[in-house]
Design a protein around this ligand. Structure first.
Ligand SMILES: Cc1cc2nc3c(=O)[nH]c(=O)nc-3n(C[C@H](O)[C@H](O)[C@H](O)COP(=O)(O)O)c2cc1C
Ligand code: SF4
Length: 383
């Protein structure tokens, strides 16, 4: 524990007190009901994540608009009817002593909807999205704002705007996907306009003091894609808007399955250098670093070297919910690491099935699979 002391030092963040430096980074697992409401399976999962001892749980992406659903079984926050389920979710996390944050998203060209909308009609491989009208752009900014207002109303401690994974906000920022010739395309200033408009609309909806974090894509991990030379200026614009934090990641669905990405992604702390580059650009903004931070030693190094202020664990915490207690020395066993060559959880959600972890003990996995068949656990017909 002594050598990990920095991991367990508290941090003040936009009026929130984090009891330690460990957060859960958003991890979509396909546990919501098919209609986007909170299921018992999803509630139990987040209860377990909150019980891990992590200071803050950032709940996976929830859709801000019916046109923005990223996957089947994604959470929704695009209407008031979702409030009561989300409120139960926030309370369940808070009851276990963690702060609860909900990520809000529009998937744009990667949406799982019959008609996809995006800044420009750039093909995705399996579809050509429709370019958004200026009216739709304003409408979508308002959809993020209404979603954020609901997040606050549901009792979450904060909201996180999803500006990562190549979803809508990144699609506007990147020249690869934004070919517009109006005020939302062309120069970097124009390409930043929509993401900043969303942040401003969200801020106006939730008020000056409510914590608003931002999932920040530092690099698309594609030769012709976004790099920090273009994303650092966005970070600086965001810093002026006082985000609670930037949670730094890299890569999009166009790079996630490329050989170079798959190779890099096996390495411990593979995205930490991007967090460091953004930290250098916005030294006054708290930064979360994520990406196979498998060991407390790696987490401590990231914090001690000033690469980031907080650690984000996604698959790492899913594979071993005792990670935090093991790092604290409360549980005296070795960490059950997320397997570097495994992508089972990703494959499951991409095929529309609820994820489980290949590292879980057989009894845990069998119980999970049996539960999927229980009425009401999740209204999916998958196994
Ligand atoms: C199955 C899966 C689902 C994910 N869902 C989200 C999500 O909803 N929002 C998000 O910002 N990142 C998402 N991520 C990215 C993670 O937050 C994280 O940045 C990444 O997995 C690296 O951290 P890890 O090695 O601890 O998993 C997802 C990753 C995976 C593998
Ligand atoms: S071990 Fe595999 S299934 Fe488990 S969290 Fe890691 S990648 Fe996902």
């Amino acid at each position: 524990m002594d050598q990990n002391i920095i991991l367990f030092s508290p941090l003040e963040l936009a009026g929130l007190r984090l009891k330690n430096r460990i957060t859960m980074a958003p991890l979509f697992l396909g546990y919501a009901h098919a209609d986007g409401t909170v299921s018992p399976l999803l509630l139990d999962h987040y209860r377990a994540m909150a019980m891990s001892g992590a200071a803050m749980i950032v709940v996976e992406n929830a859709a801000v608009h019916p046109s923005g659903l990223g996957s089947p079984f994604v959470l929704r926050v695009d209407a008031d009817k979702y409030l009561s389920g989300l409120s139960t979710l926030a309370k369940a996390i808070q009851k276990e002593g963690a702060l609860a944050v909900l990520q809000i998203n529009h998937a744009g060209r990667y949406a799982f909807t019959p008609e996809r909308i995006a800044p420009s009609p750039v093909p995705t491989g399996d579809a050509v999205p429709r370019g958004m009208t200026v009216e739709e752009i304003h409408l979508m900014a308002e959809a993020y704002a209404s979603a954020a207002r609901r997040v606050k109303e549901a009792g979450f401690d904060g909201v996180e705007i999803h500006g990562g994974t190549g979803y809508l906000l990144v699609q506007f920022l990147s020249q690869r996907t934004n070919r517009r010739t109006d005020a939302f395309g062309g120069s970097l200033e124009n390409r930043m306009r929509f993401p900043l408009m969303v942040v401003d609309a969200v801020r106006a909806a939730v008020g000056p003091d409510y914590p608003v974090g931002y999932r920040f894509l530092a690099d698309e991990w594609l030769p012709e894609g976004l790099h920090t030379i273009e994303t650092a200026p966005l970070a600086m614009e965001l810093e002026q808007r006082r985000p609670a934090y930037l949670s730094v990641m890299a890569g999009t669905y166009d790079s996630f399955f490329a050989p170079d990405y798959l190779e890099q992604e096996k390495k411990e702390g593979y995205m930490a250098h991007f967090a460091g580059a953004i930290k250098a650009a916005v030294p006054h903004t708290p930064i979360i670093a994520a990406g196979r931070i498998q060991t407390p030693a790696t987490a401590v190094k990231i914090l001690e070297e000033g690469t980031a202020n907080l650690i984000g664990l996604a698959r790492v915490l899913f594979a071993d919910p005792l990670w935090v207690k093991k790092a604290a020395g409360i549980v005296k066993e070795s960490i059950n690491s997320c397997e570097a060559t495994c992508s089972l959880c990703m494959k499951r959600v991409m095929s529309g099935k609820p994820a489980f972890c290949s590292r879980w003990e057989k009894t845990v996995r069998d119980a999970f699979l049996a539960r999927l068949n229980e009425p009401g656990a999740v209204e999916n017909d998958q196994d």
